[in-house]
Design a protein around this ligand. Structure first.
Ligand code: SF4
Length: 251
């Protein structure tokens, strides 16, 4: 189903429930929530499940997730009675990556960190999205400087021009946490240990007092450039060279 691109801004005036109801009615079952099981993702899952219990949810298992995240995935399966569709990295690409650069290559430089994210997240995401017309995220505008212009509904040019829906783009962190509490939504146990944004175990740490919420993700990098490639791309020449090598190696 197509939608006029110049009509998308109208969704910015709508509530998360209204956006999700429209999206589910329009695109299900060729729509799925992309969940890393952050509190934002949990809000989106809970809201969508109340509208349509058959809503699809997928996640990317990078192979480096904390045990607490795996536990939450199983908790969500039980509470909502939904199958979580899990995408894994390509085994041959992962083997080539660690054979050349080691298990903890992400600490060496940003090009290698992005290469790890490419293999463990970006390629699996492309696979997950290949059968969809629309995907839903828990992105919020005030999470990071890279997200300030996130629309509630947009065309995802990086993924075949499918529709990308960010129903809580205008929510504050306090509103997310209040929703979690008021609706008894399960959440990752690491939040109670000082974590404010949770990804792979070696690339996430609790934040220090005064730091912004995503400061614990890839904390050794510049905030202006630290995205994983799922929602933002800024490939360097070195990254492109390494990616070309990887593709050649695993052809
Ligand atoms: S977050 Fe870290 S471990 Fe996870 S895919 Fe990216 S670089 Fe690799």
């Amino acid at each position: 189903m197509s939608i006029a691109v110049d009509d998308l801004t109208r969704f910015d005036e709508q509530s998360a429930e209204e956006v999700l109801a429209w999206a589910l009615d329009t695109y299900h079952p060729r729509l799925a929530i992309s969940a890393a099981f952050l509190v934002e993702d949990m809000v989106v899952i809970d809201l969508a499940h109340k509208i349509d219990p058959g809503v699809r949810v997928f996640t990317l298992d990078t192979g480096r997730l904390p045990q607490e995240t795996y536990q939450l995935i199983d908790d969500v399966r039980s509470k909502y009675n939904i199958d979580i569709e899990v995408q894994f990295p390509d085994a041959s690409q992962t083997q080539a990556l660690v054979r050349k650069h080691g298990m903890n290559l992400f600490y060496k430089d940003q090009a290698l960190r992005l290469l790890c994210c490419q293999v463990r997240k970006v390629f699996p995401l492309e696979k997950a999205l290949s059968g969809l017309d629309a995907w839903v995220t828990g992105l919020r505008r005030d999470q990071n400087v890279t997200r300030t212009n996130v629309p509630k509904v947009g065309v995802d040019h990086a993924h075949g021009d499918i529709i990308k829906i960010n129903p809580i783009a205008d929510w504050s962190k306090d509103r997310v946490l209040a929703y979690i509490k008021d609706n008894k939504v399960p959440y990752n146990a690491l939040y109670d240990q000082g974590y404010t944004s949770i990804g792979c175990a070696p690339c996430t740490r609790p934040i220090q007092p005064g730091e912004e919420d995503r400061a614990g993700r890839w904390w050794w990098e510049d905030a202006a450039t630290k995205e994983c490639g799922l929602h933002h791309q800024s490939p360097s020449e070195r990254f492109q060279e390494e990616l070309a090598w990887l593709k050649d190696e695993t052809r």
